[in-house]
Design a protein around this ligand. Structure first.
Ligand SMILES: Nc1nc2c(c(=O)[nH]1)N[C@H]1C(S)=C(S)[C@@H](COP(=O)(O)OP(=O)(O)OC[C@H]3O[C@@H](n4cnc5c(=O)[nH]c(N)nc54)[C@H](O)[C@@H]3O)O[C@H]1N2
Ligand SMILES: Nc1nc2c(c(=O)[nH]1)N[C@H]1C(S)=C(S)[C@@H](COP(=O)(O)OP(=O)(O)OC[C@H]3O[C@@H](n4cnc5c(=O)[nH]c(N)nc54)[C@H](O)[C@@H]3O)O[C@H]1N2
Ligand code: SF4
Ligand SMILES: [Mo]
Length: 565
């Protein structure tokens, strides 16, 4: 935990979190009142301790309003929020009534806040009654999630950033840290400078900028990580380097060792001397962290690569102790938050499982949800195939540009273009996906809304509102909640601030904790953000809080000026 919020902040500075990558650096931002910002690294934030990379440093230059989507649009024409939200709710309701809950989908994003994710997930899984919600984090994190669940039974990163500095050997495989997670690269470089005995190995077919800090670069053949780490596992065994005490906690290690001994390491294309050097260093160094990223994840063998890496740490018991462990680094600022909150089609919430009846019943009870899917929904690629086949007839795409970023992007673009109903929430109308939308909803961007994000080592940090959103833009969670209310679930989506959403999520995590899940933030105090972050209520309803604190909801489809609550 960090110290008090104001520890190093100067007057006028607001603590927030960088929007660009999964390192999740703390930022002190100072709005000048004219719409500009100056930023510096937050010395008190555990992710960066005052450091920022060039992208974080340039955050202040990204808050301009050029190219912003300023008001809702239907069919390319400007409209008001009431009409746009009513239209989205009606189209989803009609589609579900006619074709069932699995005929609709949400495709969301690891750039959203956890509160946005929570509301989207609750709406789709608990109220629409389908698990057809998936996220662009699928494109980078799916292999790690599957690999963690296979190895640990839970999608948990068993380390923290400090481990990178405490390690005597850091292995970076399929990770171009220097470019993609620059502050972690800086932290390792600084630790190495302070402690010259520390060593770094980079495993990458290419010689990247990250090799600047490497003592050894292994240019393995692309796709051959499993063979390399299995060769390492076989040698761990052959040299008697297994941790026999830790072995009591393991199942299946004998099978893993048998497979490892049978591995053909020649597919790596590495020389015997290179493999020897790597294995000697790894086996001979107790404090070893193996960092992996897209060169491991984005592969047809991604889950096996993750498994092969974790197996070496499990066999040696080098996990869960300072300076040791497998370490998946996340790409997007909130890829981890999405995994924890349940933003994937095959998870429920708080690391609970859709297919577990007890988990389902607990979440359904907590949400007082009318419906709950008992099987996973469509994952990203399958989701857009279902759109292509017209099995999905209404899709809401939020904070992502799948017409460009999905595999086989042209095919995905054509599928979206042929979909009966497409809603897109974005900060700009000029993405390839936004151009295909029937309804465009203007979202408040970084610095214009409050919420939390979770970084690679599972630190939860605030992204705070620094500036007013331009035009009529609104935070994603609020747009989603309003659609939920208009679809008929007023009480379930009745939040006024993102803090209320987070509090509800935290309470749900307490249930997960009782199931033994290692995500339970229910004991954490969550303060209410200042009134400036409260939302203008949209038209269509108004409500009053009774003395007892319960909400009474009035209003229906007739437009009504906002402002209540
Ligand atoms: N500047 C910048 N930073 C970013 C992002 C950005 O867009 N710009 N995006 C963020 C996001 S979302 C992500 S997911 C991360 C990605 O961060 P990284 O995963 O670090 O970046 P990549 O360049 O996708 O891939 C890492 C390396 O894997 C290597 N590689 C390819 N195939 C293999 C293989 O089979 N085995 C091994 N061992 N290596 C292989 C590649 O040569 C590459 O150097 O970056 C985050 N940071
Ligand atoms: N060819 C190719 N494809 C790739 C990759 C690659 O390197 N090359 N990388 C893959 C990886 S690792 C990833 S993570 C994905 C990323 O792929 P995408 O998710 O498509 O990433 P972005 O292009 O960053 O899209 C983010 C969108 O969110 C919008 N946006 C920003 N802030 C907000 C907000 O607060 N609210 C809303 N509603 N919208 C907002 C932005 O305008 C932008 O349109 O792409 C994957 N696909
Ligand atoms: S390392 Fe990532 S989170 Fe940190 S300042 Fe750079 S882009 Fe932002
Ligand atoms: Mo990513």
């Amino acid at each position: 935990m960090t110290g008090p919020a104001h520890l190093s902040a100067q007057p006028g500075e607001i603590r927030t979190t960088c929007a660009y990558c999964g390192v999740g650096c703390g930022v002190l931002a100072k709005p000048d009142g004219q719409g500009d910002l100056t930023v510096r690294g937050d010395p008190d934030h555990p992710a960066n301790r005052g450091r920022l990379c060039s992208k974080g440093t340039a955050l202040g230059e990204t808050v301009g309003h050029e190219d912003r989507l300023l008001h809702p649009m239907i069919g390319g024409a400007r409209t008001d929020w009431d009409t746009a939200l009513g239209h989205v709710a009606d189209r989803f309701r009609e589609t579900i009534a006619r074709h069932g809950p699995h005929s609709v989908a949400f495709y969301v994003s690891g750039q959203m806040t956890t509160e946005d994710y929570y509301v989207a997930n609750k709406l789709m899984k608990g109220f629409i009654g389908s698990a057809n919600i998936d996220t662009n984090s699928r494109l980078c994190m799916a292999s790690t999630v599957a690999g963690h669940k296979r190895a640990f039974g839970t999608d948990t990163v068993p380390g923290t950033y400090e481990d990178l500095e405490l390690a005597d050997l850091v292995v970076l495989t399929g990770s171009n840290l220097a470019w993609c997670h620059p502050v972690l690269h800086q932290r390792i470089a600084a630790a190495k400078a302070a402690r010259p005995g520390m060593r770094v190995v980079v495993i990458d077919p290419r010689r990247t900028a990250t090799c600047d800090i490497a003592d050894l670069h292994l240019p393995l053949a692309a796709g051959s990580d499993v063979a390399l780490f299995n060769a390492l596992l076989a040698r761990i065994d052959a040299r008697g380097a297994r941790d026999t005490r830790f072995a009591r906690h393991l199942d299946g290690m004998e099978e893993a060792l048998a497979a490892a001994h049978a591995e053909d390491v020649s597919v790596t294309g590495l020389s015997a001397a290179q493999i020897d050097a790597f294995c000697d260093m790894w086996i001979g160094t107790e404090k070893v962290v193996t960092v992996f990223s897209q060169g491991v994840n984005q592969s047809s063998a991604g889950t096996d690569k993750v498994g092969a890496i974790i197996n070496c740490h499990l066999a040696t018991g080098r996990i869960g102790r300072p300076g040791m462990g497998p370490f998946s680094v996340t790409g997007q600022p909130n890829a981890m938050g999405g995994r924890e909150v349940g933003g994937l089609a095959n998870t429920l919430a708080c690391h609970l499982d859709i297919e577990n009846p007890a988990h389902r019943a607990a979440v359904q009870g907590f949400w007082a949800a009318p419906a709950m899917p008992d099987r996973p929904g469509l994952k990203a690629v399958d989701m857009f195939r279902a759109v292509e086949r017209s099995d999905i007839k209404a899709i809401w795409i939020i904070c992502t540009n799948p017409a460009v970023s999905m595999p086989e992007a042209d095919r995905v673009r054509d599928a979206i273009a042929g979909c009966d109903f497409v809603a897109v929430s974005d900060i700009t109308a000029s993405t390839d996906t936004a151009r295909l939308a029937h309804v465009l909803l203007p979202a408040a961007g970084w610095g214009e809304r409050d919420g939390t994000v979770t970084n690679s080592d599972r630190t939860i940090s605030r992204q705070r509102k620094l500036l007013d959103a331009p035009g009529e833009a609104r935070p994603d969670w609020a747009i989603l909640a309003e659609v939920g209310r208009r679809m008929g679930w007023a009480a379930a989506f009745d939040w006024e601030t993102p803090a209320e959403v987070l509090r509800e999520y935290a309470a749900l995590s307490g249930i997960a904790g009782r199931f033994g899940r290692d995500f339970d933030i229910s004991a954490s105090p969550i303060s209410t953000p200042p009134l400036t972050t409260r939302l203008p209520r949209s038209a269509g309803r108004s409500r009053r809080r009774s003395k007892a604190g319960a909400f009474s909801v009035t209003g229906g489809s007739s437009p009504r000026p906002g402002g209540a609550g």
